[in-house]
Write a protein that binds this ligand. Structure first.
Ligand code: DC
Length: 219
């Protein structure tokens, strides 16, 4: 049977950086589920769909062809056969992903893909509902969080490094809005699974969090 590590938590807690590191250490596959919601969001953006139009979202989501490949150990996301990996990490795609991930049709389609990946290999999977919904039987569940202010500061530094300038206040407000949406939606809201270990990364280095998780995995 394959071994699964589920890492859930709010935007900017460091999930993807940490999940990637753990996957590398353990020679597991890293599955970034947020990237799938973002690819679906790109499809809706391309089609000019209003995220509040549930009927159109349901119809278009059935048409979107999203698949995952691994190239040199890196996850590559294909939308209708085209590699869109480099276009997923924008504020626009993130907002659209958060707004459209509330729809059960979108979730069902992507959860099926996520479960298939986990059944076929040992995975470190990160997202919002992995421990609670996608992989309730995961051998190790982590809920990784950090204060909204810390997360905003990290995002601010990331954007500055890329030459984008958005005020820290605006980023923090966006993060709080996104948390509220992800935590309060009806289907599969972001919350800590009962059997998940809570790690607050506000005052921890990436290295410290990685070590803690490897220790919990008994590796
Ligand atoms: O982790 P991320 O920022 O790439 O995720 C983008 C959005 O996708 C997030 O705001 C909510 C949604 N998402 C989700 O609903 N369930 C997941 N397992 C992963 C992401």
């Amino acid at each position: 049977m394959s071994y699964s590590i589920a890492i859930d938590g709010p935007a900017g807690a460091g999930k993807s950086t940490i999940a990637k590191r753990i996957a590398k250490e353990l020679s597991f596959i890293y599955v970034d589920t947020g990237a799938m919601y973002r690819a679906m969001a790109l499809h809706f953006i391309k089609k000019g769909i209003d995220p509040s139009d549930g009927e159109k979202i349901a119809a278009e989501c059935a048409r979107a062809d999203i698949s995952i490949e691994y190239r040199n150990g890196e996850q590559v996301v294909l939308l209708d056969g085209e590699d869109v990996t480099d276009r997923l990490r924008t504020e626009e795609a993130g907002k659209m992903a958060s707004a459209t991930s509330v729809y059960p049709q979108v979730r069902r389609k992507l959860v099926e893909l996520q479960r298939k990946l986990a059944a076929s290999a040992n995975v470190v999977m990160d997202g919002r509902d992995i421990g609670t919904c996608v992989l309730p039987g995961a051998q190790l569940k982590i809920y990784l969080t950090a204060s909204a202010h810390t997360r905003a500061e990290r995002r601010y530094a990331e954007l500055r490094a890329k030459g984008e300038h958005i005020s820290l206040e605006k980023i923090e407000q966006d993060i709080m809005d996104r948390d509220a949406r992800d935590m309060n939606r009806e289907y599969a809201p972001l919350r800590q699974a009962e059997d998940a270990v809570l790690i607050d990364s506000s005052d921890l280095t990436i290295e410290e969090v990685v070590e803690k998780i490897l220790e919990l995995a008994g590796k």
